[in-house]
Design a protein around this ligand. Structure first.
Ligand code: GUN
Length: 296
């Protein structure tokens, strides 16, 4: 029997319904959550991603603002903006769209983000939290993958998980989250020899390599769960993942399609992180005022 296709759009829609309730509650108690997205330069793919993020915010009632800079902007100007947003109580999430132009020091920019508003989870403080299993902001794409696995009732503990791709945005945090859920995790990357020896072992295979048709049906174990994070635009305009969909589907038990699998979840988990950030900010405020009341 071919694999069940995991409908990321449907799962995302149900998570967004829950987001709407949480936003309404925050609005009734104080104000809606706010997200600021900084974009430098005019990379067309980034422009599409940013537009999708703003649209998703609108859909659930999060107030979003986009700050656009030409790629001639200085690092100091961007950092001054990040600092100001960090102090602005109406902003609960700050996101710098990547990639940045070459002359930027990425670590310096990400390090300038107030770690309590780091909804991408890329600040070193949050990366460290993820490593020790005390996550505050799980990075959105792997967070979305974990939600899909949970939604489908797929057991993670004790299973062999293989992650293909070792990026800071997807592969590394994905491996950490799977480890946290007690999977036995292998991470493959561009220098991995005999990739197939690893993929064949996987009960859960997450592919985030950015390479169309990298994984074919004969490379996977029968009954494996295959999560395709790749988004590749072919010369003929088609959008495809990293897996040869039909051959993988014929052997897997579950598979995510591209488009309509992980993609809708990534944006949705950004909404979740922004709302969680606003809820935590409100908790901090309440705690401060109760401590103040105690003191006076
Ligand atoms: N560029 C590609 N993916 C991402 C992401 O998850 N966050 C940000 N900020 N930029 C990206």
């Amino acid at each position: 029997m071919p694999a069940k296709i995991i409908d990321g759009r449907a799962v995302a829609a149900s998570v967004r319904e829950n987001c709407k309730h949480r936003v309404r509650l925050l609005e009734a108690l104080s104000r809606p959550p706010g997200l600021a997205v900084i974009m430098v330069g005019d990379d067309p793919a980034s422009a599409v991603y940013v537009r999708n993020k703003m649209r998703a915010c609108d859909e659930v009632g999060i107030r979003s603002q986009r700050i656009l800079y030409p790629d001639t902007v200085t690092e100091a100007e961007v950092i001054a903006c990040i600092d100001a947003l960090g102090r602005d109580d109406s902003v609960n999430g700050i996101l710098v769209q990547l990639p940045l132009p070459k002359h930027f020091n990425l670590e310096k920019i990400l390090g300038a983000i107030n770690s309590e508003k780091d909804v991408d989870g890329f600040h070193l403080y949050n990366v460290g939290g993820l490593v020790i299993g005390n996550t505050v902001f799980p990075p959105c794409t792997p967070y979305g993958v974990m939600r899909l696995l949970e939604h489908e009732g797929i057991e993670v503990a004790g299973r062999n998980a293989v992650v293909v791709g070792a990026s800071n945005i997807v592969g590394k945090p994905m491996a950490l989250m799977l480890m946290r859920q007690e999977a036995t995790v292998s991470v493959c990357h561009a220098k991995t020899r005999k990739l197939r020896e690893y993929t064949e072992m996987a009960d859960i295979l997450v592919v985030a390599a950015g390479c169309p048709n990298l994984i074919t049906g004969e490379m996977i174990k029968r009954g494996a769960v295959v999560i395709d994070v790749g988004i590749n635009r072919l010369a003929d305009g088609r959008l495809v993942g990293d897996c040869d969909f039909e051959s993988v589907r014929s052997r897997a038990s579950y598979i995510t399609p591209v488009p309509g699998g992980v993609g809708p979840m990534t944006v949705t988990m950004l909404l979740v992180n922004t709302i969680s950030s606003a809820e935590r900010a409100r908790q901090r405020l309440l705690q401060q005022s109760s401590e103040h009341a105690h003191f006076v």
